[in-house]
Design a protein around this ligand. Sequence first.
Ligand code: FAD
Length: 410
Amino acid sequence: MSERGEAAPTVAVVGGGAVGVTAAADLAARGADVTLYERGSLGAGSSGRAAGVLYDAYAEDVDAALAARAMERFRAFDRSLPGFSLAPCPYVIAVREGDPDADAVPAMVDRMRSHGRDVSLVDPAALADRFPIATDDLAVAAVAENAGWCDPASYVAATGRRARREGVAVETETAVSLTGGDPAALRVDAGSGGGAEVRAFDAVAVAAGAHTAEFLGDAGVAVPVVPYRVQALTTRTPYDGPMLYDATAGVYLRPHPTGLLAGDGTEPVAAEPDGYDREADGWFVDAVTETLRERVAVASEGDPSPERAWAGLCTATPDGDPLVGPVGGDGVRSDDPNRLFVAAGWQGHGFMRAPAVGELVAEGVLASLDGTEADAPESPWVGAFDPDRFDGDESFEITEGMSVEERVGE
Ligand SMILES: Cc1cc2nc3c(=O)[nH]c(=O)nc-3n(C[C@H](O)[C@H](O)[C@H](O)COP(=O)(O)OP(=O)(O)OC[C@H]3O[C@@H](n4cnc5c(N)ncnc54)[C@H](O)[C@@H]3O)c2cc1C
């Protein structure tokens, strides 16, 4: 029962990735009666395959505010969430001589700083004095200080335990689907031979990652959230430098408990969420190995061949911003649109924003159930992320979310 003596609202969260577990725990912490459905194990989707690079260096105001809140929560969880730890580590964005993107970096840094982010332009030579990385070929570099890395799977597992402590019913190995009738009713697959039951909730929040468009599409709700493949690898190369994004090579790297983790390897075409190739490509391994040799002094001495290399999915949207908020125009009861919600389309930045996005989803869903319209001034939903800005049938080019062009955001 709520403080007002009413029954707690019942909310289903679909998807046990970083966004779903955070939203579920935060909803329950605010008094909702929450069931979290995950068709595999917690973290089985993109969150369990992510690199765990975290920073708040964004050029857009909303992105910067959300990322700052996410970093604040990661730091608090480092102290308070058993099983989770954050390794603070600066994040360097570097652009090589001859790359036209170099010209955009000062303006990008100015915009990040205008939102209070601790980011500065650095002379490449000064960068080499501070960090064990080669900088001779760089035209320009920026350092973001409020950054770090973590093991994403441990965040999901620890937050899953927090969710259970808050009273969330965590139903793993349980696939669900929308019924297409009541927007907040789910068909719950009871497993092999068990058939399916329909459960009605006050609200359903869909954080189904790469499956989001398919999931909502089955109930006639079209969202332009397109999965694409990205890749990462670890090597035993000893490395205690900063996190680094070599924008010209399109490769990022960070320290890792067994050496070094590096990635990107974006394949900018739509991928099939159940049928994509989970192994890394040879071209990606070769390109990263080459970049490590050039950029990380010790890699040219040690063996930079991968210890493990893998692929996973990110999700793109037409404007690079996520869809976070109520959905449910065509195909679901349009007189009652605010009971079905979505949180997806992170363009490669979903894990680092999950602590803030989960909180936003929790507050937004509860405000909507309380009757606060999504466009009311007091609504917690973010206008720039409103799912209604799209028809759902847009066709668009998939662009890699980390590029300088994407970050400048103009
Ligand atoms: C190699 C790689 C590196 C990355 N590195 C970073 C990084 O450094 N920093 C960063 O911020 N982001 C990174 N990302 C992106 C990040 O992984 C995602 O943005 C983030 O994990 C998305 O979280 P999510 O909870 O939205 O989705 P997911 O983690 O994909 O969770 C969705 C869940 O929904 C479940 N599901 C789907 N359909 C159903 C259904 N019908 N019923 C029940 N459950 C269902 C899935 O099984 C899945 O577990 C990386 C991604 C990859 C692949």
